[in-house]
Design a protein around this ligand. Sequence first.
Ligand code: PMP
Ligand code: GLN
Length: 385
Amino acid sequence: MRVSRRLAPFGATVFTQITRRAVETGAINLGQGFPNFDGPDFVKEAAIDAIRSGHGQYAPSAGIPQLGQAIAAKFSDFTGIAVTPLANVTVTSGCTEALAASFLGLLDPGDGVILIEPTYDSYPVGVALGGGVPSYVTLRPPTFDLTAAALEAAVTPNTRVIVVNTPHNPSGRVFSRGELETVADLCRRHDLVAISDEVYEHMVYEGEHLSLAALPGMWDRTVTLSSLGKTFSLTGWKIGWAVAPAHLTAGVRAAHQFLTFATATPLQHAAAQALAAPLSYYHELTRSYRNKRDLLVEGLDKVGFEVFVPEGTYFMLADHRRFGQEDDVSFVSRLIDEVGVAAIPPSAFYHDKKEGSDLVRFAFCKDEDTLREAVERLSKLRDLS
Ligand code: PMP
Ligand code: GLN
C-alpha cells in the first residue's frame, strides 16, 4: 500500500467502516447520515428532463447561471446580503468539495486553523491537505457550548482561519447569536477568515439558524458553505456551493477548477429547480424531522441512554456508560453485533480519542417505522446491561 504522508494518518472514514459493517450484518444503519427515503419528485423529474433535453456537456467551472442565480437569491433572502453569482457563488461537488476547495485555495503552509470539535471528519483532512496546522476548541457534554475563553485559547500567532459548523454535526447544537458573536469578535480582532458549514441550515428545532456571514463585519471574511444533500434528501447527488466575497471566492475557485473543474450539469439544472421551492417545503421538512427527533429521543430515553437532545441536524449524541462498555468503539461493536443497530463512535470526531469515548451518535434521517424498529431492537440493551 502506498498512501501519501499527508493522508496516511486518516485511514478509511468512520462512515465507510460503519456502513460496511451494517451491510454485512443486516443491522439498521443509524450510523452514516443518509435518508432511507428518496428526495422530492419535482426535483427528480427536473433532473430527468435536464438529461433528456441534452445538458450532457461540461458546465461553466463556477456553475450554470440558473443555479448560481438560485443560490444567490436564497442566500440573499435568508441573510439579507445582496450577492451575485458571477462574483460570489461557486457550485461544487457537494459541501465536501467546497470544504476541500476552501482549504486548498485559502491556506498557505503553516497557517493555523481553529477547528471546533467534535469536528466533521473531513475538516482535519482538508487542513492537512492545505498544509495548515489545526488547533482545537473542544465542546463537551451536556451543553456543548462555545465559550470566548476556549476560542481565545486556540489562537496562535499563525492562526488565519476558523471553521464553524452550525447546526452542528454531531452534537446537534444550533449556535446562539451570543456564541456566533463571540466567533465574529475573535475573527475581527485576529483578522481571521471563517469557513461556515451550514449544510443543516433547514433542520432546526430549537432556536434559529444564523449565518455567520450576516453578523456585523463578517460578510467580508466569511466563506459560507451548504449543499442540496440534506435539505432535499439527495445525499448522493453531491451538489454543493460556496458563497463568499470576491477576494475569497478567488481562492475557492482557484482550487475548484483543478479538483473537479465543474459539477454534473443536469443535476445543476435540477438543483436550480429545487432551490425555487416555496418556503412551505422547508417548513414541512423541519416538521417531519422534528417528529423523527422526538420519536428517537423518547425511545433512547426509555432504553436508558442519557440523550443530549439536538436543537438541529439529523443526529443526536447519547451517553452509553450505563451499559457498561469500556469505550464508544466497543459499545458500537456490541450494538451492531448483538443488537442489530449501527451507530457512529464519536471518538472519530475528536483529536484526543478519550473525549468522545463515553458517547454514541445516532442518525434519525430514517422513516418512522425504521426508527421504531431500531428502538425495539435497542430495548435489548436493558437485558444485556
Ligand atoms: N459538512 C457536514 C457538517 C456534514 O455533516 C456533511 C455530511 N454529509 C458534509 C459537510 C458533506 O456534505 P455533502 O454530502 O454535500 O458533501
Ligand atoms: N455527513 C454524513 C454523516 O455525518 C456522512 C457523509 C459521509 O459519509 N462522508 O453521517
